[in-house]
Design a protein around this ligand. Structure first.
Ligand code: PLP
Length: 408
C-alpha cells in the first residue's frame, strides 16, 4: 500500500498567500467593480532589463541552429555565468569565492528548501521569527519538528526578531545545528551589520553549526558599510553557505535563475564526528535530483553583469526603493513605527492591532492588499508587510486610500 509522508500532516493549516488570495477573492466576489491596490505579495512588476532580453533571445536563436544547439550540461551551471558571479558578487568585495563553489539553480526557493536534504533528521534547526516560510516548512516535511502548537513547531529553536533587537536576532544561549538567516530580511526589511553577522559566524564555528544565509534581497543594499555577503566575514567559509537569486535583482521571478555558494572548506559532521565536505554532498544531491537551468536563461542572467545590465538593474531596484520610501514615510507620518524600506523592498509596519484585523480594515475600507505579519510567525503579530514591487502611481493611490480610511 502506498503511504504518505505523515510529516505533511503537521504543516500548519494554510499557506499565508493562499489564505490572502481566498480572502481577497471572497471580498471581490461580494464587491464586483472595486479595484484593489496590491501591496502584498513580493512579486516584481517591471519587465526584464533589455540587456537580459537581448541575451535571452540571442541564446534562443542559438538553440535553433545545429552548430550552437546545447543539450544536457553540467548541473552546476555554465562557467560563463559562474565566472561573472564569482568576480562581481564576491571577489570584487574581498570575499574569496571560487567559480567551482557556485551552483546555478532555478530558484532561491528550491535551494533554501532543498538544502536540508543534506542533514541528519535529529539536528536542531533555528529559524527566525518572523520567517520566510520555506525554511520552516521544508524541515517540517523532513520530519525535524514536533507538532504545531500556538503558532510554533515543537523542536525548532525560534530566533525572535522584534523591535527590541532591531529585528536582528542575537545569538541564542542554546545550541543550534542548522541556522537560517536572511538579510535584507523578508518580511521585516531589516539589515544586519558586519559585527552582528560576525557574532553569528563565531557562534556557528563554536558550535560546529551551519548558517544558511539567504541574500535574495542583496541588490537593495545602498549603504557600503553593510555586508552584502556572509563571506565578507572572516572565517565564514567553514560554516556558512549563501543563497542568492536573480528574481529581485533583475526581475527574474518568472524567468527563474538563482545560485548557491558552497565553499570547499564548508563541512558538516558524520555520525563518527568526522568532517564531511558539504560541497561534495550538495554536488551529489544536485546531480541526482536536478538537471540544470536552461542555456538561454543562464545567458540572460550573464547579461546582468554587463555594464548595461548593471545600469538597468540598478535603475530597477532604485525604482522599487523609491516606492518603499513613499510607503515608509507615509506610515511614519501617520504615527506608525516602521522597519525596513531603506535597504529593502519591504516595509514592516507596527499596526497597534491584530494583523489580520488590520489587513481586513485596509482591504474593506482602503481597497489595499497588504500581508498580515502574523502569517510569518508569532513575532509578526500586530505587524503588516507592505511590498514596494508595484507600480509607483498605484502605490501612491493606495497610500492616499489608506490615509483616508485610517482618518475616517
Ligand atoms: N528567499 C527569500 C527570502 C524570498 O523572499 C524569496 C521570494 O520571495 C525567495 C528566497 C525565492 O526566490 P526565488 O524566486 O529565487 O525562488
Amino acid at each position: 500500500m502506498i503511504r504518505i509522508n505523515e510529516n505533511f500532516n503537521k504543516l500548519a493549516a494554510s499557506y499565508l498567500f493562499s489564505e490572502i488570495r481566498k480572502r481577497v477573492a471572497a471580498y471581490s466576489a461580494g464587491h464586483p467593480g472595486v479595484e484593489l491596490v496590491k501591496m502584498g505579495i513580493g512579486d516584481v512588476t517591471l519587465p526584464l532589463p533589455q540587456a537580459c532580453v537581448s541575451a535571452f533571445s540571442r541564446a534562443v536563436a542559438e538553440m535553433g541552429v545545429a552548430e550552437t544547439f546545447r543539450g544536457y550540461r553540467d548541473d552546476e551551471g555554465y562557467e560563463f555565468l559562474r565566472e561573472k558571479i564569482a568576480a562581481t558578487d564576491f571577489q570584487k568585495r574581498g570575499a574569496d569565492i571560487d567559480v567551482s563553489e557556485i551552483f546555478i539553480s532555478d530558484g532561491a526557493k528550491s535551494d533554501s528548501g532543498n538544502i536540508q536534504d543534506l542533514f541528519a533528521r535529529d539536528i536542531v534547526v533555528a529559524v527566525p521569527d518572523p520567517v520566510y516560510p520555506v525554511y520552516v516548512d521544508s524541515n517540517v516535511m523532513a520530519g525535524r519538528s514536533g507538532a504545531f502548537r500556538d503558532g510554533r513547531y515543537e523542536g525548532f529553536l525560534y530566533l525572535d526578531s522584534t523591535a527590541a533587537n532591531g529585528f536582528v536576532p542575537s545569538v541564542p544561549a542554546e545550541r543550534a545545528d542548522l541556522i537560517y538567516l536572511c538579510f535584507p530580511n523578508n518580511p521585516t526589511g531589516a539589515v544586519v551589520s558586519r559585527d552582528e553577522l560576525a557574532a553569528w559566524v563565531e557562534y556557528a564555528r563554536r558550535n560546529r553549526a551551519l548558517i544558511v544565509y539567504d541574500a535574495a534581497y542583496v541588490a537593495f543594499i545602498r549603504d557600503e558599510k553593510l555586508p552584502q555577503s556572509i563571506f565578507e566575514i572572516e572565517g565564514a567559509k567553514e560554516s556558512a553557505i549563501e543563497i542568492r537569486s536573480f528574481s529581485k535583482t533583475a526581475g527574474f521571478t518568472g524567468t527563474r535563475c538563482a545560485y548557491t555558494v558552497v565553499p570547499r572548506e564548508c563541512v558538516a559532521f558524520s555520525g563518527k564526528d568526522e568532517p564531511v565536505s558539504l560541497h561534495a554532498l550538495w554536488s551529489r544531491r544536485q546531480n541526482t535530483k536536478f538537471n540544470g537551468v536552461s542555456y538561454p536563461v543562464q545567458r540572460a542572467a550573464e547579461a546582468v553583469y554587463t555594464d548595461e545590465g548593471q545600469r538597468e538593474c540598478r535603475a530597477m531596484t532604485d525604482y522599487y526603493l523609491g516606492n518603499a520610501a513613499l510607503i515608509r514615510s507615509a506610515f511614519t507620518a501617520m504615527g506608525y513605527a516602521c522597519s525596513g524600506g531603506e535597504h529593502s523592498p519591504y516595509v514592516w509596519v507596527n499596526t497597534g492591532r491584530e494583523s489580520w484585523e488590520f489587513f481586513t480594515l485596509l482591504l474593506e475600507k482602503a481597497h489595499v492588499i497588504c500581508t498580515p505579519g502574523a502569517g510569518f510567525g508569532r513575532c509578526g503579530a500586530g505587524y503588516v508587510r507592505f511590498s514596494a514591487f508595484g507600480d509607483r502611481e498605484k502605490i501612491g493611490q493606495g497610500i492616499d486610500q489608506v490615509k483616508a480610511a485610517l482618518r475616517a
